[in-house]
Design a protein around this ligand. Structure first.
Ligand SMILES: Cc1cc2nc3c(=O)[nH]c(=O)nc-3n(C[C@H](O)[C@H](O)[C@H](O)COP(=O)(O)OP(=O)(O)OC[C@H]3O[C@@H](n4cnc5c(N)ncnc54)[C@H](O)[C@@H]3O)c2cc1C
Length: 321
């Protein structure tokens, strides 16, 4: 039976959402599902990891995992791989996942497939679907070799508990003399108001079609009225109109809201890869041939600078506050 490992990340004393998504997706592959969690607060993760299907947890709670970036984690995971030889190792496509995967690949010569959105298991082995060349091509890769590592994009699976019981816990010590690498000096949680972009049921995003940063408040107003989150295209993030944490797309966040409202966004593939999973897509664009309309359930051909204030006024008139 294949042994599948998920590297579980922690946010404070909680298992991160993406780790729960990956555990859910990994259950569909069959095999024996196990998790690795390396964090001073790892112990608080065991029950949840069991609930999501992990039967064994390799747990390390050394404070070095909090104080250093990726290197102690990579050293500990490399030692675990050499001891237990899992058939597949899944990471979230996050900063931490990428940092650890890169180090493992260099250290152990392991295969890494990045940007994966679907996984399968056949008689030939594991396959991973991903998009390449700026999300213009979809490829399915048959992953081979000892312990291939896969980086799974957020929202590729919907997190669902399997109702699993308490897992077996294997304590993992950081090998003595391990290189520690870059030290984390400070962690800053950016202040956000309203729902989190990744979890919001409504996302209102703005692009270069808003013409100038002073107009971006039109997007923010509609988002606030709809109790949604504000998103953005990379063009306006690169231009410094809004923070990178708002970027939706291939090199930004993946969102899956009930409604995605794209305002003055062309619909480049690198943007749509991050929002095409929305249940309903509404677009405002003054160019009727804009690619975003191919994806939209409702398209408004018009000037976003006029449509957005009208939409805010209409929402207020209907008593939405
Ligand atoms: C490796 C790579 C990764 C990338 N990652 C991302 C990513 O994560 N996210 C992302 O968004 N992009 C990403 N990009 C960039 C992407 O290719 C596009 O350049 C970007 O999405 C364009 O942003 P935009 O639609 O806001 O701007 P534009 O392409 O300039 O489009 C502006 C749109 O606004 C419309 N418009 C103009 N005026 C108005 C008006 N008054 N009212 C209504 N509509 C109007 C125009 O018709 C046009 O369709 C990436 C590119 C590369 C190469």
């Amino acid at each position: 039976m294949a042994k599948i490992w998920v590297f579980a990340e922690m946010v404070g004393d909680q298992v991160s959402q993406i780790s729960l998504e990956i555990l859910t997706g990994a259950r569909e592959l069959g095999g024996e599902l196990e998790a690795v969690v390396l964090d001073p607060q790892a112990r608080s993760a065991t029950a949840v990891l069991g609930e999501y299907g992990a039967t064994t947890i390799y747990l390390g709670s050394d404070s070095q995992y909090r104080d250093h970036v990726a290197q102690p984690h990579a050293t500990a995971v490399a030692a675990l791989i050499s001891a237990y030889h899992p058939d597949l190792l899944l990471f979230g496509a996050t900063y931490e996942g990428r940092d650890i995967c890169g180090r493992l690949s260099a250290q152990l010569g392991l295969t890494v497939v990045a940007n994966v959105t679907a996984l399968n298991h056949s008689d030939d082995g594991f396959t991973a679907a991903s998009s390449i060349f700026g999300a213009t091509q979809n490829v399915t890769t048959l992953v081979q070799g000892p312990t291939p590592c896969i980086l799974v994009r957020p929202k590729s699976f919907t997190a669902q508990s399997s109702g699993g019981g308490a897992p077996r816990v294997v304590e993992v010590a950081l090998p003595p003399g391990s290189p520690l690498g870059a030290r984390r000096i400070e962690s800053v949680v950016a202040p956000v108001s309203g729902p989190k972009l990744e979890d919001a049921r409504v996302v209102v995003s703005g692009g270069r079609g808003l013409q100038e940063p002073a107009n971006f408040h039109l997007v923010e107003e509609v988002a606030e009225l709809l109790h949604g989150a504000v998103g953005a295209s990379r063009a306006v993030v690169d231009a410094g109109w809004v923070a990178y944490s708002r970027q939706v797309g291939q090199t930004g966040k993946t969102v899956k809201p009930d409604v995605y409202l794209a305002c003055g966004i062309s619909g480049a593939m690198q943007h749509t890869v991050g929002m095409k999973g929305a249940a309903h897509i509404v677009a405002i664009n003054k160019d009727r041939d804009a690619p975003i309309f191919k994806l939209s359930d409702l398209g408004i051909v018009g000037d976003a600078l006029k449509v957005l204030p009208a939409l805010s006024a209409e929402l207020r008139a209907r008593g939405v506050t």
